[in-house]
Design a protein around this ligand. Structure first.
Ligand SMILES: *[C@@H]1O[C@H](CO)[C@@H](O)[C@H](O)[C@H]1NC(C)=O
Ligand SMILES: *[C@@H]1O[C@H](CO)[C@@H](O)[C@H](O)[C@H]1NC(C)=O
Ligand SMILES: *[C@@H]1O[C@H](CO)[C@@H](O)[C@H](O)[C@H]1NC(C)=O
Ligand SMILES: *[C@@H]1O[C@H](CO)[C@@H](O)[C@H](O)[C@H]1NC(C)=O
Ligand SMILES: *[C@@H]1O[C@H](CO)[C@@H](O)[C@H](O)[C@H]1NC(C)=O
Ligand SMILES: *[C@@H]1O[C@H](CO)[C@@H](O)[C@H](O)[C@H]1NC(C)=O
Ligand SMILES: *[C@@H]1O[C@H](CO)[C@@H](O)[C@H](O)[C@H]1NC(C)=O
Length: 447
């Protein structure tokens, strides 16, 4: 990076350039599955062997969502694994069920047929309100798991099964392989033995465990989908320009395979929606727009007071086939350390690095705006936020009042390029060389 470049024509955009570089750096780190805002994020599956009875084991499987701000929305998890041995079958289950029974003809002569004889069973959660005799503690959420911040009492799902030994009755050799969660973007590692937990399936009685195995699954947005799922548009009270989402943020209108609905042609197309099973994710069908994103987040710098400034955040659902329930928004902005008042959303600061509190999470208020209804059903949620103008750092210049980074449901949104941000009237003449020099120093420091 040559200094001449900075002091040349790009002078007034130097700070924006730095914002751009830092957002590039964070988005690169995201694609490797590591999120600097939630460094320990994972989903852990624990597999508890309880007492063996005859030639079967009772096994409790629990799925913990150890992610601060990424939840599992419907259709939720579909857990699968591969048994080592053809004779390992699931005789009975509580709290969940296998999607297919498979070929159980081998067990024709037994008094009761197994629940599932597949080498690779796929287990799905019951919907809420499952029959009482099929329930298990922490079960029956339709595969949904809350993020830890949103509802730390609902970040666990569990089910119990009774499984035949197969040829081996050595518990260590019993453990299946190739775990998957059935949700795009998650990959699971191998099971590893941990010290046995004493588990309490019904929350009251403790049950002895013979052996406990953990499986860790990690999310990567890059693996989940090659194209982003949301974008950001910007505006400010001091400039009438509304900076739209970048063109082709999530797809390009008119390209083969890019389907969208023009406003006014809703009903006939809706009847032709692809028919998918209850527990499968429907591919998005969006309103025709230049960005083609299912979700748009608009950040409007609304007002300036003597000591405070006000921002309005609007989230709009452009997807015709999905209601986003328990949505969450993560915003990075240096002024979030001085949030004074927030309307209509919940807020929790995310301080992954101790005292650097420039990031926070927003989510809807239960039964008020925690559901973003599908497009065509006025699917949007709005909030206003009052922030204190911290002396020394606050400025309306150089796009400082706009967010550095926004993600929706844990997926990074596409931001407009910084050189398009709404500018203050006559801002070209107000940029100070000292600011440029300062940013040059930072650049020298970073590279
Ligand atoms: C089921 O498995 C048995 C052997 O266990 C096999 O003979 C039979 O053909 C299989 N049936 C189907 C439909 O695959
Ligand atoms: C069970 O298998 C493990 C690993 O294969 C082995 O180390 C252990 O000795 C076996 N235990 C018994 C009781 O056979
Ligand atoms: C199971 O995983 C191993 C490596 O992790 C892989 O080589 C194998 O192909 C997988 N098996 C199936 C059926 O996917
Ligand atoms: C295994 O998973 C449990 C939660 O399910 C967790 O508390 C424990 O720390 C994990 N153990 C290891 C060694 O990762
Ligand atoms: C979204 O929710 C509304 C109201 O609960 C319901 O009428 C609609 O069918 C749902 N749409 C989808 C795509 O699930
Ligand atoms: C952010 O941190 C600063 C000091 O580092 C502290 O004064 C402020 O109260 C914190 N704000 C929030 C919202 O946590
Ligand atoms: C508003 O911002 C745009 C940049 O997005 C700029 O081109 C335009 O000159 C600004 N308008 C005024 C009146 O300053």
């Amino acid at each position: 990076m040559s200094p001449r470049f900075l002091f040349g024509a790009q002078r007034s955009n130097a700070v924006l350039f730095i914002i751009f570089i830092s957002s590039l750096v964070t988005s690169f780190s995201l694609s490797y599955g590591y999120d600097s805002l939630d460094p320990y994020a994972n989903i852990t599956i624990t597999w508890d062997f309880h007492l063996q009875t005859g030639s079967t084991y009772d096994i409790t499987v629990s799925i913990y969502n150890f992610q601060q701000f990424r939840h599992l929305d419907r259709p939720g998890w579909k857990l699968s694994w591969i048994w080592k041995d053809d004779d390992q079958v699931i005789w009975d289950m509580r709290g969940a069920e296998a999607m297919e029974q498979g070929n159980c003809s081998k067990f024709r002569s037994s008094p009761q047929l197994p629940h599932c004889c597949k080498k690779q069973p796929v287990i799905i959660d019951f919907l809420p309100g499952a029959p009482y005799n099929k329930q298990f503690s922490n079960c029956c959420k339709g595969g949904e798991l809350s993020s830890m911040i949103q509802d730390s009492s609902k970040f666990l799902s569990a089910f119990q099964m009774n499984v035949g030994f197969g040829k081996t009755n050595n518990i260590t050799e019993f453990m299946p392989t190739n775990f998957t969660l059935g949700i795009p973007g998650y990959t699971c590692g191998d099971a590893f033995l941990v010290s046995p937990t004493r588990s309490s399936p019904d929350g009251r009685r403790w049950v002895q465990t013979l052996e406990t195995w953990n499986v860790t699954c990690m999310y990567s947005q890059f693996r989940a989908s090659p194209s982003p799922k949301c974008c950001v548009s910007l505006s400010a009270f001091y400039n009438s320009t509304i900076v739209p989402c970048p063109k082709c943020s999530c797809g390009c209108q008119g390209l083969p395979g890019a389907k969208c609905l023009k406003s006014g042609e809703k009903s006939p197309h809706l009847l032709e929606l692809p028919r998918v099973r209850e527990n499968e994710e429907v591919p998005p069908l969006v309103t025709c727009s230049q960005h083609m994103c299912p979700i748009r987040v608009h950040w409007h710098v609304k007002q300036s007071y003597k000591e405070y400034w006000r921002v309005k955040i609007t989230i709009t659902n452009h997807n015709f086939v999905k209601n986003y329930s328990s949505w969450s928004l993560v915003v990075q902005h240096p002024n979030l350390r001085s949030v004074t008042q927030l309307f209509s959303f919940n807020y929790h600061p995310l301080n992954a690095y101790g005292n650097i509190n420039d990031t926070g999470m927003f989510w809807g208020i239960k039964s008020y705006n925690d559901m973003l209804l599908a497009s065509g059903q006025s699917g949007n949620a709005q909030s206003e936020m009052l922030l204190h103008k911290d002396p020394g750092i606050f400025t309306f210049r150089e796009g400082w009042t706009f967010p550095r980074r926004i993600s929706f449901n844990g997926d990074e949104c596409v931001m407009p390029p910084p050189d398009e941000y709404p500018t203050l009237p006559n801002s070209a003449t107000t940029s100070r060389p000292s600011l440029v020099f300062f940013s040059f120093l930072i650049l020298v420091f970073v590279f």
